[in-house]
Design a protein. Structure first.
Lengths: 418, 173, 157
């Protein structure tokens, strides 16, 4: 099987290791106007067609897994949402469910707390998907749609800000429950906004399906068939665009997802348009779920926060959740102290890289931005394990001033940060 | 063990030879741990992949256990008609710490490539028969013998190594 | 171009002229769009309730709270403001509900201010630590911070 997907096993182009027939090599990244985040794509071309594509990652390592071993379970609750810039709530959700299971209190979490967690996760899915298809429109050269979607995205951002106090990182969840309540006044304020947004997203869907300038740009581009998808194991919307109907909220339900009414969205075409439509339909599903959750919150009751001891008894457990980008999987091992023995995070983007490289085979170079965008790349998710924790300015590892000094030096002398 | 093994065999619709398995643990409903020593892991994975039809590998996590390494393959058995997934943690045990070698599962899962290289980066576990066992995530000039996720390296040491590396690179430029 | 099309376009132009710009100036937007009531910023401690147990210092993920104490009535806690990420753990785990999160939006500024006097803050000082001792400590901490800032500035020039 390894022979079928040889593209990844190449060093780099010093000329000796180029694929057969390739006459041009295009390098995208680590710094590139296309990408907001660092990754290095190497695309081997024959004329205008891609022969093979390759990727190098590791430019954005922060050493989270090592950092977590040096912190307590309680402190890590606030470090874990920093694993990803935009899907922070779902990482926190996976983490708190894992720790609750290890502490043996997963049954005691109240219905109300679970509903608020679900609200946070679904609101995040909505704003993440809207961000993504906005940027996709931008990559496809349809900037009007980009502006329209991002304008409408402010509605859901306002809701999130209203209930949590933060726009992107709600940080509502804690081990044993949630931090703050979602009172009735806020629910009443959010409901008309959600209904407005449903209308707007339906309009976006209409544009994406009927406007020929964007449909032509996405249709039959980067097709990933179901057979190929089974081999390269994509997850999340990338897989559901290729006819693999697996959504962890359905296949292995957590929180109260088996209790409320929603459908798994999947398309079988496998092109970029299909993944786009999966995300658009999922946004609508999520918005309808938000309405249901708000309805249920009126009657749901229970303690918001259960008391959990700081020491977690020995054990290991694996939890998964459906992040906006796909399958988010954590594996934690506790050793009886208040610090984790080992904590492994696998965010969805890393699992989708293979599928994206597969998509590129035989496509035009002009379609690269759209195909590369198709799996919603998020490189802070992809490389999260190494030495320096820049995100929190943690003193033990590298002080703020050192960090600043290094950054200034790097800027002044035009040198790499390391 | 045998109850959990029987249940797993019923779900997967196969028979697992007893001598390949060190133990099967039922974590919760529809969630299993399968434990196998590293010499026999390849054969067991072959049965799971070829006979049971498991094709999805979520991730691989390596960790230290006493004086050996363990590598955990998080695989999903998917039942398409019911839209259901059975997560299985396939734990490969008894990997010698002084000479960490274990069979690569890249023959069954393409996705194993990145994850195995990640383990190689952070723990130095060498996966036999992997066609391209090279550095994936760590910087190019990172010292080869330092495997940062091992418990023997503390925060301070890693920090020192990183700073030295930074200094060295800035001097080289 | 036909006359009809020109007329339609002209009508749109006049309509948009009358409506004014869709985009808002930032000050205008802030007026129409105030920060939420529940915005999170830095922690505040009610001194009477605080028992100097040190829970907030222990649970703080970024180590932005520091503490020095003799016993439960004599002690002080200071805060390194740019390091605080407003997670509110100190509030959640405080056994006496002595901490609350300030909701003043102007405080929600993080990262380097390059003004050390603003960066450090004595948020709680009790008993014998109140007054002189707290001020002395704060001055010390600020001096330390100033040194590093100075180093950076030297490095810059």
């Amino acid at each position: 099987m390894a022979e079928d997907f040889r593209s990844r096993f190449r060093v780099l182009t010093d000329g000796s290791d180029t694929p057969l027939g390739a006459d041009h090599h295009i390098f995208i990244g680590p710094q590139h106007p296309w990408a907001e985040e660092p990754a290095h794509f190497i695309i081997h071309l024959k004329g205008e067609r891609v022969v093979e594509a390759n990727i190098r990652i590791g430019f954005n390592l922060r050493g989270m897994e090592k950092a977590m071993e040096a912190r307590t379970w309680r402190q890590n609750t606030m470090l874990i949402p920093r694993a990803c810039g935009i899907c922070s709530a779902v990482h926190q959700n996976v983490y708190v469910r894992l720790v609750e299971r290890l502490a043996g209190i997963e049954d005691q979490v109240s219905e109300r707390a679970k509903l608020i967690r679900m609200f946070s996760c679904e609101a995040e899915r909505v704003h993440s998907h809207m961000l993504w298809y906005g940027i996709l429109a931008h990559d496809a050269g349809f900037d009007t749609l980009f502006h329209v979607t991002w304008r409408d995205r402010e509605i859901i951002m306002d809701i999130v800000e209203d209930i949590s106090g933060n726009r992107v990182n709600p940080a509502l969840m804690l081990i044993g429950g949630v931090k703050r309540d979602l009172p009735k006044e806020k629910a009443d304020k959010a409901r008309p906004m959600i209904n407005d947004l449903i209308k707007q997203v339906e309009y976006h869907k209409k544009v994406f399906t009927e406007e020929t300038s964007i449909v032509n740009r996405l249709e039959n581009v980067g097709v990933l068939t179901k057979e190929d998808a089974k081999k390269v194991t994509p997850n999340g919307p990338t897989a559901r665009g290729s006819g693999l109907p697996y959504d962890i909220r359905k296949t292995f339900p957590y929180e109260l997802y088996d209790d409320i009414d929603w459908n798994v969205v999947y398309y079988t075409e496998g092109d970029v348009l299909a993944t786009t439509l999966v995300r658009l339909d999922e946004t609508l599903e999520s918005l309808r779920m938000l309405n249901q959750i708000l309805d249920r919150l009126e009657t749901a009751s229970g303690e918001l926060l259960q008391r959990v001891k700081p020491r977690i008894s020995e054990g290991k457990y694996m939890t998964r959740a459906e992040a906006p980008r796909g399958e988010d999987i954590h594996y934690g091992i506790a050793n009886g102290t208040d610090k984790p023995e080992r904590y492994k995070i696998r965010a969805p983007s890393l699992g989708n890289i293979d599928a994206t490289l597969k998509r590129m085979d035989g496509e035009y170079i002009a379609d690269m931005p759209v195909i590369l965008r198709s799996y919603d790349p998020c490189f802070s998710c992809t490389n999260r394990v190494m030495i320096i924790n820049q995100s929190t300015g943690e003193k033990k590892i590298m002080g703020q001033d050192e960090f600043a000094r290094r950054a200034i030096k790097a800027k002044k002398y035009n040198r790499p940060f390391f | 063990m045998s109850d959990a093994l029987n249940e797993l065999e019923n779900i997967l619709n196969i028979t697992i030879p007893k001598d390949l398995v060190e133990g099967v643990v039922k974590v919760e409903k529809g969630h299993f741990d399968v434990i196998s020593p590293s010499e026999k892991a390849y054969d067991l994975m072959k049965i799971l992949h070829d006979d049971a039809g498991i094709y999805h590998l979520s991730t691989i996590s390596a960790y230290e256990k006493d004086d050996s390494f363990n590598v955990c393959y998080h695989i999903q058995h998917r039942i398409e008609e019911e839209v259901k997934e059975i997560p299985i943690n396939f734990i490969v045990t008894k990997i010698d710490k002084d000479n960490p070698k274990t069979p690569s599962m890249i023959d069954f899962f393409v996705a194993a490539d990145y994850y195995e290289r990640e383990c190689y980066d952070f723990y130095g576990i060498y996966f036999n028969d992997h066609p391209f066992m090279e550095r994936l995530i760590l910087p190019e000039k990172w010292p080869d013998d330092v495997r940062p996720m091992k418990k023997e390296y503390s925060w301070e040491q890693i920090r020192e190594i990183t700073l030295n590396l930074a200094k060295q690179i800035s001097e080289d430029d | 171009m036909s006359k009809k099309k020109l007329l339609v376009m002209g009508r749109e132009v006049i309509k948009n002229q009358a409506k004014g710009p869709v985009t808002l100036h930032i000050s205008e937007r802030l007026e129409k769009h105030p920060p939420p009531e529940d915005i999170r910023t830095i922690p505040r401690i009610i001194e009477e309730k605080c028992i100097m147990c040190g829970t907030c210092v222990k649970v703080c993920p970024t180590h932005c709270l520091w503490m020095e104490k003799d016993d439960k009535d004599n002690g002080m806690i200071w805060l390194l403001r740019p390091q605080c990420m407003w997670c509110g753990h100190c509030q959640t785990y405080c056994p006496k509900d002595a901490i609350h999160i300030d909701r003043e939006p102007s405080l929600s500024v993080s990262l380097f201010s390059f003004n050390v006097r603003q960066d450090y803050e004595m948020i709680c000082a009790k008993g014998s630590f109140k007054g002189e001792k707290a001020e002395k400590k704060l001055a010390e901490v600020i001096e330390e911070g100033a040194k590093t800032i100075k180093e950076i500035e030297e490095f810059r020039s």
